[in-house]
Ligand binder design. Structure first.
Ligand SMILES: Cc1ncc(C[n+]2csc(CCOP(=O)(O)OP(=O)(O)O)c2C)c(N)n1
Length: 635
């Protein structure tokens, strides 16, 4: 049976749909998203919450001529389905398939790529200025969540747009949720706008207003329309003060209402802020009841597994206290230290579940801060706490810590303040997007004076390094992967300040960072079967380097192995050391890591294979290196 969705080749097609057809399309989109995400994994509650808004936007605006800019972008699945990608939607988040985020190179309908939050209004300001300078007249619309609105950058952009008086529309998609419940005074303010009496009145008024419009659509002059819409503007609101016309709140699931309001707003001049209320997970009971659990969903278990057929929440419960992943090993150790030392404070930037801090929050609610999507503030807040003698631990994903770089340099390291950074998702992160890979932290942090940079290879190292970091009165960063923290090597005696030889061998050395040791050990095992003795040494400390270890290894062929950009990473650090100490690494040093490219989404395993950081890649590298050496010596 041909569906409505099948008949849509471009969003232009829905302009001729009746309201009944549009409502039916909403249901089809919902079904298709649930079905695909159940199979492939991905975001679920956020895309389900904006389906009516997406249909209304494509009905009213002429995308791609009009610019539609998504914030974070994890909610754009209906947009993808309406913009010529329905036939490929099955490949969502798969290697070489459709990305889970807007991506300029994927479609002209994705006018701005994203993955990190709070960027959409700035991009919209840029596009609106460009439009005006180039003499065009199209519309510029950004759609931002209430979680993303907590990011300071969103307000920097509002400040600019309000000052310039640009023609642009900012739509707030307010579901009162970030990944977890949205936090902060701003969330309270939005909540007041929704629940205050004027809202209810305004909502009714908008309804009757729309009815009037439908009756008089052809005769009403644009000025009249503008005046009427302005009747719904909350006077003196925060956004009003910033130079925006604030309209709303409007029910973001009422499709006819949305279409009417957007049609009117489209005719208005100047910066407009349209506040829509939506329900995260709309249309899927389980997701409506627990939107956090269904924010990110794992792929369907293989046939025959328990739970087959149901969407599987990535995390229903806070992580259990056992060391299955690095996140869990860190979280478990932090709680244990928290029990012993009341000066320990845990900080997250809107990722309490992802960073494993929910168990700390549960046990020590007074010593836990979720600051919202505010990585910069999280870092400097920690600096302030440390300056006064507390022991802050800031847990942030590698990719999002890029936001807080200046704060790390200027507020923490320059002043030598004892902040502990728990850098999660360092390295490849899998199906999400190149925007989420943690590819650069070693490079940008290694350049920062006063910072100790450690990479645990397993659960035991994670716990010991955290203990050590908390005992030092200096800035320390621990970086670890989105992976199992399976114990590697002996648990007996560990000196986490120094490198450790995990396997002896004279023919070459794999010098590894973090969990890369596992792939190196597997490659060494394979080489051993062929008579090549490869050593594996876990470097542990990326900064300062264990120079005694480097001195001891320098006569052997060395392969450095790291999940980080080769530019400026650990391998570069080793080379720099040899150069500075006027020693020649020799006979050869080869660096394995991320090339100077953005790696596309795929499973983590596939991504590691793409950059030859799996056992096969390391084995091939060793063979190649030994063959080259052989050639050199037989010449
Ligand atoms: C800079 C940055 N920090 C953290 C995240 C992780 N993150 C992804 S979605 C999300 C919540 C976004 O909430 P909201 O904007 O309200 O959108 P919703 O999912 O509720 O639709 C967070 C914190 C991110 N994408 N970017």
């Amino acid at each position: 049976m041909t569906t409505l969705l099948d008949s849509i080749k471009s969003p232009e097609d829905i302009k001729a749909f009746s309201m009944e057809q549009l409502e039916a399309l909403v249901l089809e989109l919902r079904g298709r998203i649930i079905e695909t995400v159940t199979r492939n994994g991905g975001h679920l509650s956020s895309p389900l919450g904006v389906i009516e808004l997406t249909v209304a936007l494509h009905r009213v605006f002429d995308v791609p001529k009009d610019k539609l800019i998504w914030d974070v972008g994890h909610q754009c699945y209906a947009h993808k389905l309406l913009t010529g990608r329905a036939d490929r939607f099955d490949s969502l988040r798969k290697k070489d398939g459709i990305s889970g985020y807007p991506k300029m190179s994927e479609s002209v309908y994705d006018c701005f790529g994203t993955g990190h939050s709070s960027t959409s209004i700035s991009a919209a300001v840029g596009m609106a200025i460009a439009r005006d300078r180039l003499g065009f007249s199209h519309h510029v619309v950004s759609l931002i969540g209430d979680g993303a609105m907590t990011g300071g950058m969103a307000f920097e952009a509002l400040n600019h747009a309000g000052h310039l008086g640009l023609n642009m529309l900012v739509i707030l998609n307010d579901n009162e949720m970030s990944i977890s419940r949205n936090v902060g005074a701003l969330a309270r303010y939005f909540n007041r706008l929704i629940t205050a009496k004027p809202y209810k009145r305004a909502k009714q008024d908008v309804g009757s207003y729309v009815k009037t419009l439908v009756g008089n659509r052809m005769t009403r002059a644009i000025q009249d329309i503008e005046k009427s819409v302005k009747g719904f503007i909350t006077k003196g609101g925060l956004f009003q003060e910033l130079g925006f016309n604030y309209i709303g709140p409007v029910d973001g699931h009422d499709l006819p209402l949305l279409i009417e309001v957007l049609s009117r707003v489209k005719e208005m001049q100047g910066p407009i802020f349209l506040h829509c209320t939506t329900e995260k997970g709309k249309g899927l009971k389980a997701a409506e009841e627990d939107p956090q659990a269904y924010h990110g969903v794992k792929a369907l278990p293989a046939k025959g597994d328990a739970g087959e057929g149901d969407p599987v929440p990535a995390k229903v419960e806070p992580p259990p206290l056992r060391s299955a992943t690095f996140t869990e090993a860190f979280a478990e150790a932090l709680v244990a230290h928290g029990r012993k030392d009341s000066r320990i404070i845990a900080i997250t930037a809107a990722m309490p579940t992802g960073t494993g801090l929910t168990c700390f929050e549960r046990e020590f609610p007074d010593r836990f801060f979720d600051v919202g999507i505010c990585e910069q503030h999280a870092v400097t807040l920690a600096a302030g706490l440390a300056a006064e003698g507390l022991k802050p631990v800031v847990a942030i994903y590698s990719t999002f810590l890029q936001r807080g770089y200046d704060q790390i340099v200027h507020d923490v390291c320059l002043q030598g303040l004892p902040v502990v950074f728990a850098i999660d998702r360092a390295g490849m992160v899998g199906e999400d997007s190149p925007t989420q890979n943690g590819a650069f932290d070693l490079s940008f942090l290694r350049a920062t004076p006063n910072l100790r940079l450690l990479a645990p290879r397993d659960d035991i190292d994670t716990a010991l390094m955290l203990e050590w970091a908390l005992s030092l009165r200096e800035p320390v960063a621990l970086r670890y992967a989105r992976d199992a923290a399976t114990t590697i090597g002996s648990a007996a005696i560990r000196d986490v300040a120094h490198a450790e030889t995990l396997r002896e061998g004279d023919d070459l050395v794999f010098l590894t960072v973090g969990p890369c040791a596992a792939a190196a050990l597997a490659a060494a095992e394979r080489l051993a079967c062929e008579g090549t003795a490869a050593a594996v040494v876990d470097a542990r400390s990326v900064k300062p380097l264990d120079t005694a270890m480097l001195d001891a290894l320098r006569h052997k062929p060395i392969i450095t192995v790291e999940e980080n950009a080769l530019a400026g990473g650990f391998g570069s650090a080793a080379l720099e050391y040899f150069e500075q100490s006027e020693q020649t690494p020799g006979p050869v040093l080869c660096r394995m890591g991320f090339d100077d490219v953005f790696y596309e989404h795929a499973t983590r395993r596939e991504q590691l294979a793409m950059c030859n950081l799996d056992a096969d890649g390391l084995y091939d590298c060793a063979k190649h290196m030994l063959a080259r050496l052989q050639e050199t010596y037989t010449k």
